[in-house]
Design a protein around this ligand. Structure first.
Ligand code: CMP
Length: 140
């Protein structure tokens, strides 16, 4: 089914100058960028985005990492977009990520793991709305 998902290129991958290489992977997989912006997240924005992880031991480190530099945020649209994007990303821990995935190729650690992607269609809608008003998402 045609779906949308939220993707974030994290500060480590922005710093490595691989935004274009990651966008190329989306495009080659048939995912279209339907909204996009670069942003330096505030602590409050990062905490709100990752609120489901608030009680996890890695929460403070996660938030501090996500505000350590600008991120590139995009909504992706395509057939089966949620799962397709997660397949492109690879496992959360780059040590476990399959060869050829974004995290295997660009991530350094479970914290600095290059990209975020929505884990379900339900969360995708919530996460897209967190960063983009409906008028800033362009059906294509
Ligand atoms: P992300 O998909 O952005 O969602 C939450 C992030 O927390 C995750 O990627 C990792 O970068 C980070 N993280 C750090 N430690 C862990 C852990 N033990 N399990 C899951 N996520 C972790």
């Amino acid at each position: 089914a045609l779906e949308r998902t939220l993707s974030i290129i994290k500060p480590d991958a922005v710093a490595k100058n691989v935004i274009g290489e990651i966008y190329t992977r989306f495009e080659k997989a048939g995912l279209k960028v339907v909204a996009s912006k670069m942003k330096q997240l505030s602590k409050q924005e990062a905490e709100g985005f990752y609120a489901v992880h608030r009680e996890r031991p890695f929460f403070a480190a996660l938030v501090n990492f996500m505000i350590s530099g600008p991120v590139m945020i995009q909504a992706l649209e395509g057939d089966n977009a949620v799962t397709k994007n997660r397949d492109l990303m690879g496992a959360t821990n780059p040590k476990e990520a399959a060869a050829g995935t974004i995290r295997a190729d660009f991530a350094d650690s479970i914290d600095a793991n290059a990209v975020h992607g929505s884990d379900s269609l339900e969360n995708a809608a919530i996460e897209i709305a967190y960063f983009f008003p409906a008028t800033d998402v362009y059906a294509r």
